[in-house]
Design a protein around this ligand. Structure first.
Ligand SMILES: Cc1cc2nc3c(=O)[nH]c(=O)nc-3n(C[C@H](O)[C@H](O)[C@H](O)COP(=O)(O)O)c2cc1C
Length: 270
């Protein structure tokens, strides 16, 4: 079956679909665009989504599955800047579970992040079980203790977190968050980590719109990427998959009142 179908009545031969295609799948034929190298199609859907006349269809990204863009008020610069800058890492959570449908809404947006060659390939493991999360923290602390014993090359923060846990019972690993969301990819997927980082970044940006907060679980990731078996066993990940990212999620206990600054902008021009 052909990849592309063009409605010859509607097509105005503007060539936008050809210009927008990232992999040169289309060429202008005598009457309308035609596929030249169908095997190169990465199913990004640009050709279909950009056509001003709804004249082109692609079996990999059918027109009927695309959503018409609504005429929403454009996000003005100040709103967009505040939206991006007001995402903060949340380290104090309410002791309340987030309903499953809300967590699903959250990961639903995560899958729209850009991925290399539109490879996508990220799935999610959502942990709701408080006891399991407590066990995760405990096991990560045990791993950190073993790492610290190995010598001075370990991350500077590990001894601090171990002490906080052992002496004060503080969970600096998962911050008592009620949920941990793990990104996963096929073990042999070379872009798994990169795609997961973008995906979880989308999730983090969207979380406040659902009244949620999040924080990257970097220490959990360190333990996972070190291949620490007692932790990996807890997650019971399918054999063909690897964990490629981790973010804690819950309802924030407090609200930020101010935006912070970062290091001064450094730009080089050529
Ligand atoms: C890859 C990565 C790993 C991180 N790991 C942790 C972590 O383990 N624990 C934590 O509390 N915050 C973690 N963070 C959050 C950073 O500390 C935070 O992004 C940074 O301090 C800036 O603050 P903001 O996110 O509130 O703007 C991590 C962030 C990233 C991007």
């Amino acid at each position: 079956m052909a990849l592309i179908e063009v409605n010859t009545e509607e097509c105005i031969k503007c060539g936008i679909c050809i210009a927008a295609c990232p992999t040169g799948v289309l060429v202008m034929g005598e009457k309308v665009p035609e596929e030249l190298m169908a095997q190169n199609c990465i199913a990004c859907g640009h050709c279909v989504a950009i056509c001003p006349k709804r004249a082109i269809n692609n079996i990999k990204t059918p027109l009927e599955n695309q959503t018409e863009l609504k005429e929403l008020p454009p996000l003005d610069k100040e709103t967009a800047q505040q939206f991006l800058r007001s995402r903060r890492s949340i380290r104090c959570y309410k002791n309340t579970l987030v309903p499953q449908d809300k967590l699903l809404e959250l990961v639903e947006i995560a899958r729209f992040a850009p991925t290399a060659s539109n490879g996508q390939g990220i799935s999610y493991l959502i942990i709701n079980d408080k006891q399991l999360l407590k066990r995760v923290t405990e096991v990560v602390i045990e791993w950190m203790e073993a790492e610290v014993l190995k010598g001075p090359k370990t991350h500077w923060s590990l001894p601090l977190h171990i002490r906080a846990y052992r002496e004060q019972g503080l969970d600096n690993i998962l911050r008592d968050a009620p949920h941990l969301i793990l990104a996963m990819a096929q073990k042999d997927f070379v872009r798994g980590r990169e795609n997961s980082v973008f995906s979880l970044a989308y999730l983090e940006l969207f979380a406040p719109s659902l009244g949620l907060g999040s924080c990257w679980a970097g220490i959990v990731e360190m333990c996972i990427f070190a291949g620490y078996a007692p932790l990996l066993e807890l997650f019971n990940v399918p054999k063909d998959k690897a964990i490629t990212g981790a973010v804690m999620v819950g309802y924030p206990k407090y609200k930020f009142k101010r935006l912070v600054d970062r290091n001064p902008l450094e730009v080089h021009w050529l």
